[in-house]
Design a protein. Structure first.
Length: 279
């Protein structure tokens, strides 16, 4: 679905600020139906890469294809943005209507979809994110997690094949984060939607099929979560962490306990033979 080769991007100089090179020859491949997490410290280039995926930005050098369409060709922009939907960090920046269902309908209306089809898409999208009962509610009455799910529904109503989420849980409390992550994983596992999630939360990244790690505009790691997080020291050097339970397992190993070095969940940790022997 997504193929990028040698992607390079530089933000132009502004006033006395020099130009900033944020992508430095990045190669990326995403298959249809994959769940990809992108990690990196602030300024690593992960959000810049995300904005390339639906042609909000285009590479200065290199080429990015979305289902075979070159993002640098302006004639492909409309088709690319129908294929790849974007959800940003602050849902208030994406919600524009005074009623939930009207907001979800906004995208399809702008695509020229027939009213009967819009009604169907709105109902299906709200059901997909578990917000049907709030269809007539004013968005400002909703919690942060509920607002973010409405923002996701608005993207789903445009029937994209891939959804890119740029730190969608960063402004939410633990309950809201859990709601949004349940929605994201459901879309991927049950509907087969391609998901690309940018996050600072390692527990969220652990749920992905594959993790890409960015550092200073370069893709430095590309592997399954289990292999990424067993490299705890390497992650720390990049200014990143590992899931809390993984960090605990690594600390116990340093203290001589024969605990597996690739646990990702509490359930895995508690089932480890070494831990069971202590209980």
């Amino acid at each position: 679905m997504i193929l990028g080769e040698k992607l390079t991007f530089e933000y132009a100089a502004y006033d006395e600020t020099p130009p900033v090179l944020t992508l430095k020859g990045v190669d990326i491949t995403v298959k249809a139906g994959e769940f990809i997490a992108i990690l990196g410290h602030n300024g690593s280039g992960k959000s810049t890469l995300a904005k390339h995926l639906n042609a909000l930005l285009v590479p200065a050098e290199g080429t990015l294809w979305i289902k075979g369409a070159d993002t640098k060709d302006a004639e492909n922009t409309w088709r690319i943005r129908q294929t790849v939907g974007m959800v940003f960090q602050n849902p208030d920046n994406q919600i524009i209507a005074t009623i939930v269902e009207e907001d979800v309908a906004f995208g399809p209306e702008n695509l020229g979809v027939k009213p009967t089809e819009i009604r169907k898409r709105v109902d299906e999208s709200l059901a997909a994110v578990g917000m049907s009962e709030h269809s007539l509610a004013p968005p400002h009455h909703l919690s942060g997690g509920q607002k973010q799910r409405v923002a996701i529904a608005g993207v789903l109503a445009m029937h994209p094949e891939c959804i890119v989420l740029d730190e969608p849980t960063a402004m939410l409390d633990p309950s809201g984060r859990r709601e949004v992550m349940e929605t994201i994983t459901k879309l991927n596992r049950e509907s087969g939607m391609t998901v690309i999630l940018i996050t600072h939360f390692m527990e969220e990244a652990a749920q992905a099929d594959r993790i890409l790690v960015m550092d200073d505009g370069v893709l430095v790691m590309n592997d399954i979560p289990r292999n990424i997080f067993r490299q705890a020291e390497a992650m720390q050097k990049l200014g990143l962490g590992v899931p809390g339970v993984t960090e605990l397992a690594h600390e116990l190993r340093r203290r001589g306990l024969d605990v597996a070095d690739d646990v990702l969940t509490i359930e895995e940790f508690m089932s480890d033979k070494a831990i069971k022997s202590l209980l």
